[in-house]
Design a protein around this ligand. Structure first.
Ligand code: CTP
Length: 462
């Protein structure tokens, strides 16, 4: 019997839902998620499960003091206190949420302003924060706003739920309660909220056992269709796994493989795919992430193969102490520039990369032919290419070609234009040819005086 792809997917989903339900690790489903449940024929199963559950709103006062102490070290802490006061005054709730809570618990340095969540009336909150001197920089239909105070910018979101109309699409957004907002997130370790306002201050909300997963070092999805509704989470998950040296729990690993095999990454569009890749390139352990993505077949699924050369260069990049900018540049060249030249062009256009970057990508393969080019071809190439590309060639070559490139870049004929014209006419040659001959003698043979160069030119034309 032939099974249609939707039925097949649905059977897989049912299987994984059952595993999830049995383990009772994920304890919070909403009846209102019916679109997705209906799609997979899971409505009955889910509602039975919901009614069998005790209230699972887990909340810890345990870490209150310690986490508040850590929070005080964030430079924007005084403004967070101010925002919390405003929320309390309006009888609203304000939380820190997502990656910042995770990093606070892990005692990691929080390098960006924490994401904030409000529960209540966003419009009243906006009016009040403006009165208190914050300026509203941006407001979107996704119920989010950007606040500015001095050097600090805060992303504030109204607690919301999301409805994905089709896999990989951007979601429809509706106001909701905190717990619903946490439920829409990717992994348990990213689905915790830390209260800031009034009696919530210092309380950790952790409905999906994120704290336990953080302590045991696990990346676990909250819901089994997480990767189908947002396949970018596949790459996010791999990124976090490597960043923290965590493991995937067994089901999450299977769900990743399932989503990749079903071609989920194709549904997100190339620009979103590229955004995730850029995030990978920024990571300290980017090379390990790239290799793990390869193990999961992600590169193959988008028609990129990591051959011996790519692997060799990636390992070199991991060993070198590169600046973050240089690492990003070299990784881009390794993965998208060492491929077939037509493919590199295609990637550049698909990802909507800038003209400069596309041009650099198109010059990467020239490293192979460098040795076989005539002087004039080499000169034209070297004048066009950026230092970053030449440094990258050096990694491919196992030889530093930067000094050679510098010679080409700095070289100017030691004769004036008029003098070259005169030499050319005396020798019955063209201006361009003589100019190149002169440069060749300067660059390749290191001749420095006009006398030596003239002598050589005469000898060669005799
Ligand atoms: N999120 C999600 N699904 C995504 C992207 C983000 O559920 N595809 C949620 C997660 O809860 C995440 C939060 O949005 O924690 C904020 O996302 P982002 O700022 O991109 O990442 P962080 O988790 O803060 O991680 P990082 O340290 O890499 O910035």
């Amino acid at each position: 019997m032939k099974i249609s792809p939707l039925v097949e997917e649905s059977l897989y989903m049912k299987k994984y839902f059952r595993i999830f339900l049995k383990k009772e690790k994920v304890g919070w489903f909403r009846e209102s998620d019916t679109d997705i449940y209906r799609k997979y024929g899971l409505v009955r199963e889910i509602s039975d499960y919901i009614y069998s559950l005790p209230t699972r709103k887990r909340c810890y006062a345990l870490y209150r003091k310690e986490l508040l102490e850590r929070l005080k070290k964030i430079p924007s802490y005084p403004y967070l206190v101010k925002l919390a006061e405003i929320a309390s005054k309006l009888n609203m709730k304000l939380y820190i949420v997502g990656g910042a809570v995770r990093d606070l618990i892990l005692k990691n340095f929080i390098y960006k302003e924490p994401d904030l969540l409000v529960e209540g009336d966003l419009v009243s909150f906006m009016k009040e924060v403006e009165k208190e001197g914050f300026s509203i920089k941006e407001q979107t239909p996704f119920l989010t706003m950007k606040l500015q105070m001095g050097y600090h910018t805060f992303d504030i979101t109204l607690c919301r739920k999301e409805l994905y109309e089709k896999p990989g699409s951007l979601p429809k957004v509706l106001p909701a309660f905190l717990i619903e907002d946490l439920y829409r997130r990717d992994f348990t370790i990213n689905a915790m909220a830390f209260g800031l306002s009034c009696e919530e201050a210092g309380l950790l909300y952790d409905p999906f056992y994120g704290l336990e997963d953080l302590e045991r070092g696990f990346i676990r999805v909250i819901k089994p269709y997480s990767f189908i509704e947002d396949p970018t989470r596949i790459i996010r998950g791999i990124r976090l796994k490597v960043r923290f040296s965590f493991d995937f729990d067994e089901e999450t690993r299977k769900l990743i493989t399932l989503a990749i095999n079903k071609g989920a990454l194709f549904s997100i569009g190339w620009v979103r795919f590229w955004k995730e890749i850029e995030e990978v390139f920024k990571e300290e352990k980017a090379v390990d992430i790239i290799f793990l993505m390869d193990e999961f077949g992600i590169w193959q699924s988008v028609d990129i193969s990591l051959g011996d050369l790519e692997r060799k260069v990636l390992n070199k990049i991991a060993r070198e102490c590169l600046s973050s900018e240089e690492q990003k540049e070299f990784l881009l060249y390794t993965i998208f520039g060492l491929q077939d030249i037509n493919k590199s062009k295609e990637w550049g256009l698909r990802f909507q990369l800038s003209k400069d970057i596309r041009e650099s990508l198109s010059l990467i393969p020239s490293w192979k032919s460098l040795k076989y080019l005539s002087f004039t071809e080499k000169y034209k190439l070297m004048k066009k290419v950026r230092k970053g590309v030449v440094k990258f060639w050096s990694l491919c070559f196992d030889e530093n070609v930067v000094p050679l490139w510098e010679k080409f870049i700095e070289a100017k004929p030691i004769f004036s234009e008029e003098e070259i014209k005169e030499i050319a006419s005396n020798m019955g040659s063209t201006y361009d040819r003589i100019k190149m001959e002169i440069l060749k003698l300067q660059i390749e043979e290191g001749l420095r005086s006009q006398k030596d160069i003239l002598e050589r030119l005469r000898k060669e034309s005799a």
